[in-house]
Design a protein around this ligand. Structure first.
Ligand code: SF4
Length: 321
């Protein structure tokens, strides 16, 4: 398959969206797994090659318990071969929950007038980091809502402050960021602060589903969010993390969306995402998500195995909140 390799900054030519829902749905519809195909695909992954969207769809569509076990065994073997027993922990530090967006699934949404809004002061950030260092933490992810107060200069300031806090032998060696999409200049500013990975999750790669969850604020613009990590690359910030919020739309579609995003970054910038995150939403009181797209434990385990095989060299982040 030939991919759109248009970069973000071609003058006078808006970037074409690289997500085509019809393409993804067509690939899923035509992917009919059989045992020998599944074995060949797993072998390709074990040889440390990234899988195509079609190959990933074949694994995602597997329903025979023996086939699913082959996929899980393959994923385990790949993990042990590439990463050994190593897992990396990093601690989330919520800097502030002010937000100008209205994501229907999030308690921080602007319309939630009963939420207590809080932004940590520098002294409070320092205190939190000292406590994390006492606990042996060396890696952080600083989390920000999307708000004018959390501009690139402020994000860069928080990153530099985090690196400066040292308690006993404790120090923070890596500060990752989870924050709103920035423009190219903004990404340059946070890169200069020496950050690790900059994460922006698309939440759902389906544009129509996206509209139903993101009804106001900057985040309502699907394409601006989708191209955010292209702007990061243009700014020289090549350590980026992508993710989808599983439960908003069909999980197989989202897996292919993540692979499409990966091959877009690889084709345009010669480097894929450092990490893929797969937070999973569960229905809850006052949320009223409905059960249509909620991902069962069985499907979630299979989905993680499929993703592991699809992107052998990409870090996978299990998030708990
Ligand atoms: S942008 Fe983030 S913090 Fe704000 S409402 Fe949406 S999910 Fe919540």
């Amino acid at each position: 398959m030939k991919f759109n390799t248009q970069k973000y900054s071609i003058p006078d030519e808006p970037m074409k969206p690289f997500i085509d829902p019809a393409e993804i749905i067509g690939i899923l519809k035509n992917a009919r797994p059989d045992k020998s195909q599944i074995k060949d695909i797993i072998d390709k992954s074990l040889a440390k090659n990234r899988l195509s969207m079609q190959e990933t769809a074949i694994l995602a569509n597997a329903t025979d318990p023996d086939h699913i076990q082959m996929i899980k065994d393959g994923a385990r073997t790949l993990k042990e071969t590439v990463y050994g027993n190593r897992i990396v922990l990093f601690a989330p530090l919520y800097i502030g929950n002010k937000c100008q967006n209205n994501c229907t699934y999030c308690g921080f949404k602007a319309s939630n007038k009963s939420a207590v809004r809080k932004t940590l002061s520098d002294a409070e950030i320092t205190h939190e980091i000292e406590a994390l260092e006492d606990n042996g933490q060396k890696r952080l992810i600083l989390v920000f809502g999307e708000h004018d107060q959390y501009d690139p200069e402020y994000i860069a300031h928080c990153a530099k402050l985090s690196y400066s806090v040292k308690k006993g032998n404790g120090e923070i060696r890596r500060v990752n960021i989870n924050a709103a999409p920035l423009d190219i200049e903004g990404f340059r500013t946070v890169k200069e602060a020496g950050i690790g990975t900059y994460q922006v999750f698309q939440e759902t790669y389906h544009p129509e589903a996206y509209k139903t969850y993101h009804i106001r604020g900057k985040k309502a613009d699907f394409n601006y969010r989708l191209t955010s990590l292209d702007r990061a690359q243009e700014a020289g910030l090549d350590d980026v993390g992508i993710g989808a919020l599983f439960g908003l739309y069909d999980w197989k579609y989202e897996v292919l969306g993540l692979i499409r995003h990966t091959n877009h970054l690889e084709a345009c910038y010669n480097i894929g995402p450092h990490t893929i995150s797969f937070p999973r939403i569960k229905d809850a009181s006052m949320l009223q998500m409905g059960s249509k797209y909620i991902v069962s434990d069985n499907d979630f385990a299979k989905m993680i195995a499929v993703l592991r095989l699809a992107v052998p060299y990409t870090g996978m982040i299990l998030t708990a909140r």
